[in-house]
Design a protein around this ligand. Structure first.
Ligand SMILES: Cc1ncc(COP(=O)(O)O)c(C=O)c1O
Length: 417
């Protein structure tokens, strides 16, 4: 599947009607598409023993979405106390929840322990910290940072410059220490990429982790119950990008498993399980930021001003990320000019697109920002006193429900004494 044909689930007439009840801007998510995608992921990865996808809550932290994914058999990957509470709110419990935090406060470990979540330690020093603050659980995972490897990409950077995880030496020392202190079951985790479309990259990451599983067994006698390959699978943001083929990806990871894990006779019962914690690839393509154009401006450049801003959606501004933009009803019209598409924040990087060829856009036209279903509303903020927009869900049955209302002035002032 390539991103070439960017779709939107509603016609212009349907959207006109919807905005009588819910004015723009808002996020819109497509339940049926999310469920179909979840089934394709499970269908492909189901070949592995003990497979579990723990959806990265940070990508789309809304309990309505977490519940849909839970019904599809997904757990949650949480990075903070509030995300743990969101997972609980969605009905997830115990080992369905991974807790992959870093620089973790004691109260967050206590909450993770209360929920029985699988704690994924980010640092050697946290073994003692966790023991003192919340006690060590029976099952624990450690996050590996491989240091200088040829991997590393624009968003996450080079692993040796990333703050996450244990070094190889630390990880080899960590498991025996954990075992001495009563831990009985173990997992190994890594995440060295973000928004990476290359299959080889993800297969190499799996290979690296499998080799480490074998090395840990050889050097410490400790068997891993699971290897967690993290998130970071990319989506085709640009029309010419090619989506990751799940079957091909699994084929590559399976070959590495057969080559490295099978002959190592790890003597683990059950055999090494595979976990992932994808966010973007699960919901990203099935969410849209729906806006209206409110102004055009012509100075040294031409600008289209929208009724949403970077406070609703900051990926283009902070990463220079490409998000496809279409004008509902004008998808097939030829561009009439090159525009910067902006919000209303007093920040010059408050732009959804820079120098983008676009068709004629009149004030009031629906401007759709595509692939906004992950790391979208979640990254919003209140700078300039901007209120973040709400979220709607097109249910599988076709009806549309609001799953988060827009912020109000009362929300904005609620924390002021
Ligand atoms: C630990 C961890 N797991 C999973 C994810 C999800 O990544 P993605 O949405 O790119 O799959 C992230 C993203 O930052 C992360 O930090």
């Amino acid at each position: 599947m390539s991103g070439l044909a960017k779709t939107f689930p509603l016609s212009k007439k349907e959207l006109e009607e919807l905005t009588n009840t819910y004015p723009t801007p808002f996020y819109l998510y497509d339940e049926k598409a999310i469920r179909n995608n979840a089934r394709r992921i499970t269908g492909a990865f189901g070949v592995f023993p003990g497979f579990k996808e723990h959806f990265a809550v940070k990508a789309l932290p809304n309990p309505a979405i977490l519940k849909i994914l839970a019904e599809e058999g997904f757990g949650a990957d949480c990075s903070s106390l509030m995300e743990l509470l969101l997972a609980e709110m969605a009905g997830l419990k115990g080992e369905e929840i991974m807790f992959s935090s870093n620089n973790t406060p004691a109260e967050e470990y206590r909450e993770a322990r209360r929920l029985g979540a699988v704690i994924n330690l980010d640092d050697f020093s946290h073994i003692e910290f966790l023991q003192n603050s919340a006690g060590l659980p029976e099952l624990i995972s450690c996050r590996y940072n491989p240091g200088p490897i040829k991997a590393g990409n624009a968003i996450i950077g080079k692993p040796e410059e990333a703050k996450y995880g244990f070094t190889r030496e630390q990880i080899l020392a960590a498991y025996p220490l954990l075992q001495e202190n009563g831990v009985k079951r173990f997992g190994l985790h890594t995440m060295v990429a973000s928004n990476e479309l290359s299959l080889e990259y993800h297969i190499e990451t799996a290979r690296m982790l499998f080799e480490l599983v074998v090395e840990i067994k050889e050097k410490t006698g400790i068997s891993m119950e699971f290897a967690n390959l993290g998130g970071g699978v990319g989506i085709p943001y640009e029309p010419e990008d090619k989506a990751v083929d799940y079957q091909d990806l699994v084929k590559g990871i399976k070959a590495a498993y057969r080559e490295i894990i099978d002959p190592a006779c790890l003597d683990s019962h059950p055999p090494l399980g595979i976990r992932i914690e994808w966010g973007r690839a699960v919901t990203g393509p099935y969410g849209w930021l729906v806006t209206r154009a409110i102004h055009t401006k012509n100075i040294y450049r031409s600008y289209i001003g929208l009724d949403a801003c970077m406070a609703d959606f900051m990926r283009p501004a902070i990463y220079g990320a490409y998000h496809h933009i279409s004008v509902l009803g004008r998808e097939n019209e030829t561009p009439v000019g090159i525009f910067d598409v902006t919000g209303s924040l007093c920040e010059n990087n408050d732009k959804f697109a820079v120098q983008r060829p676009l068709p004629k856009i009149d004030s009031g036209d629906f401007v759709i920002i595509h692939d906004a279903g992950a790391h979208g509303r979640a990254m919003g903020f209140n700078y300039n006193g901007k209120l973040r927009c709400g979220e709607l869900l097109v249910k599988s049955e076709g009806n549309i429900v609001q799953i988060r209302r827009p912020e109000t002035a009362a929300d904005y002032f609620a924390t002021i004494e």
